[in-house]
Design a protein around this ligand. Structure first.
Ligand code: AMP
Length: 631
């Protein structure tokens, strides 16, 4: 086993040699002339001069050795479908989809928005985009028309690919009406909408704009679409994520750096080998779905499972049964999902042969000790917590199993991953905290390693001001997370420094929820905070000041208004963003300069001491919240 400290050190101090070697894990049409061009910080141009294609690396290059091996395993316990696509079949489907997109006028650099459930066609769509150099922008299927409209407006896609419906717990969830509404809300209009009709709900088609995938596929059964070779720095996709302000940011990813970062991570972190099966339980709407359902496993020549359904249906053993059936060697999930499974019959964990599984990786939110312990004992396999972000595309902190045999520690996502020069900084002075066990902001010295965001889509200035200028006196990337590091270099993540909350692994901006709630005609002002929750990690709680108190004079009318607000959020952002409760107050706790004391509200909701309140304008405001919580 390599000495990990040296391995990590070399990735920072001998950066170009290190990444130059990793670059050989992928295919290049033209080899890069520069490994990292950091002449214009904080913009890093990885593998500049290189020419490659993501879809080629994920699909075509495996045809030589493994054309008939499984590539994409689609399993839906919602519609009871199961289908294994070999690399050859995946290649054919991706070419058909690519031909359809070209036929709809999509060319290199055009955006294609994908608003789809977890079906194989969504994977074809993503790969077809990168095949022809189009930039995909996948929007999570759980988002509703308001969220979707903002993303359509920002991405300006030539084509949107969608479906009639998703399905949850056996019930169809219509997508098409939400999409139609989002398009009508957006001032930008796509030229075409391509629809996969699953036959779950009827779809109203808009003449001239809407086309059926099945019809166009039929016309392109044998159309050959070669990969469009693109510069390593050509954007492969954008993925929107929430931050402090209400407007989501389009995280923009490159091509060459991303391919190399994923290929290297499959080797050094996940230990996935070609011919094996990877099972990530995430959704393609999130970054984990991009990196570790679609691109990472396929680049490594592995089969990847795409699962549509709940972890508990038909029973809590479904995921374990898939491990047995498809001989899964690497599994990736989120703590919330494991907490859900923990409530199921423990015998289900022993019912299946899980001997192929090398490790279970968990990410997206803090992994609590009882959950880690339960699953570690139940599986008898290493449980590896990873910490990363949509922005980075692959882990910042982990135990890199392929090059480090250090043990994991409960509560810690491990050490800084190679390529990441992680620092803890003092929030007010920006000074580096070098000693052990000091709390600081987790920051990364530039350049960010390959695979991380290149910029914010269409807004370089926002990229710089959001991530690189928040720490006084330093041009360094802020993760917006608090952390500490122990004597052995293990980090512990202590929560966000900003107004982002994490509900069941879903990242939500409290400002977005506040903006949505403010649309209710009787809401004058509202504060949304994240409050600790046993199952979901955090839930959103809203405290609203009403314009006309007579409308919530009794409990029944207050409940009615709470219901109306929840409906607004459901319709605008989606049920994922719905607050657990909306409570009514006459005033919000604020500083004398008018800043809402969200951290104090959170503390009170969690039964903790709200800390220093000397700057608070009206102490009675916080007392009202205390009384509500204790009532
Ligand atoms: P997302 O961009 O949706 O992946 O969310 C990223 C945020 O989720 C991070 O900034 C952290 O706040 C949180 N997060 C992700 N992984 C972990 C982890 N392993 N432990 C603690 N927090 C995590």
């Amino acid at each position: 086993m390599t000495n990990y400290a040296e391995f990590h050190q070399r990735s920072i101090t001998d950066r170009d040699a290190f990444w130059g070697e990793q670059a050989q894990l992928v295919d290049w049409k033209v080899q890069p002339t520069h490994i990292c061009d950091y002449s214009n910080p904080p913009f890093a141009r990885w593998f500049a001069g290189g020419v490659t294609n993501l879809c080629h690396n994920a699909v075509d290059r495996h045809l030589k050795d493994r054309a008939d091996q499984a590539a994409l395993i689609f399993v839906s316990t919602e519609t009871n479908q199961e289908r294994v696509y070999s690399f050859r079949e995946l290649h054919a489907e991706v070419q058909r989809m690519a031909a359809i997109l070209k036929g709809l006028g999509v060319t290199k650099g055009d955006r294609v928005l994908i608003y789809m459930p977890m079906i194989a066609e969504a994977a074809f769509a993503m790969l077809a985009c990168t095949r022809i150099g189009a930039i995909h922008s996948v929007v999570f299927g759980g988002f509703a028309s308001g969220s979707l409209a903002t993303r359509i407006e920002d991405a300006a896609p030539k084509v949107i690919i969608s479906a009639d419906a998703g399905s949850r717990g056996g019930k169809p969830v219509a997508y098409k009406p939400l999409l139609d509404e989002a398009i009508s809300l957006s001032s930008y209009k796509p030229e075409s909408v391509l629809l996969v009709d699953r036959g779950l709900v009827p779809m109203a088609m808009v003449a001239g704009r809407d086309k059926l995938w099945a019809d166009l596929r039929e016309q392109n059964m044998n159309t050959v679409v070669e990969c469009e070779w693109v510069d390593a720095t050509h954007p492969s996709y954008t993925l929107y994520t929430s931050g402090t302000t209400g407007k989501p940011k389009g995280v923009q990813r490159d091509t060459g750096g991303y391919a190399v970062a994923l290929a290297a991570s499959m080797k050094h972190i996940y230990c996935g080998e070609a011919g094996e099966t990877y099972f990530s339980t995430s959704d393609i709407g999130w970054v984990v779905g991009h990196s570790y359902i679609i691109y990472g496993p396929l680049i490594a020549g592995m089969a990847t499972i795409m699962y549509e359904g709940l972890p508990t249906r038909p029973d809590g053993g479904i995921w374990w049964s898939l491990i047995e059936k498809y001989k899964v060697t690497v599994m990736f999930s989120a703590p919330t999902a494991i907490r859900v499974l923990k409530k199921q019959d423990p015998a289900l964990l022993k019912k299946y042969d899980l001997s192929t599984l090398k490790a279970l990786f968990l990410a997206g939110e803090p992994l609590d000790q009882p959950t880690a312990q339960w699953i570690s004992e139940g599986l008898g396999r290493p449980i590896v917590d990873n910490y990363w972000q949509t922005e980075t595309g692959w882990p910042i902190l982990s135990i890199c199993k392929g090059v480090d045999d250090s043990p994991t520690k409960f509560g810690s996502p491990g050490k800084a991953v190679y390529g990441y020069d992680v620092k803890l900084l003092d929030e007010t002075t920006g000074e580096e905290l070098k000693g052990a066990n000091q709390k600081g902001v987790v920051a990364i010295e530039g350049p960010l390693p390959p695979g991380c965001l290149q910029t914010v889509w269409g807004d370089d200035a926002r990229f710089v001001s959001t991530y690189w200028t928040t720490i006084p006196g330093r041009m360094i990337y802020s993760t917006f997370d608090w952390g500490i590091r122990d004597e052995e270099g293990y980090y512990f993540i202590l929560g966000r420094t900003d107004d982002v909350i994490n509900v069941a692994g879903h990242r939500l901006g409290t400002r977005e929820i506040e903006e949505s709630i403010s649309a209710h005609p009787n809401v004058a002002e509202v504060a949304v905070v994240g409050v600790a929750d046993q199952l979901k990690g955090q839930v959103a709680m809203a405290f609203a000041v009403v314009k006309d108190a007579s409308l919530i004079a009794d409990e029944a009318s207050a409940l009615k208004m709470e219901g109306e607000i929840m409906k607004i959020v459901d319709k605008d952002l989606g049920a994922v963003a719905r607050p657990a409760r909306v409570r009514f107050v006459t005033v919000l706790p604020k500083t004398r300069s008018g800043k809402c004391l969200r951290r104090a509200i959170t503390a009170v909701c969690e039964g903790r001491d709200p800390g220093d309140l000397t700057t608070m304008d009206d102490p009675a405001a916080l007392q009202q919240i205390k009384d509500l919580i204790n009532s």
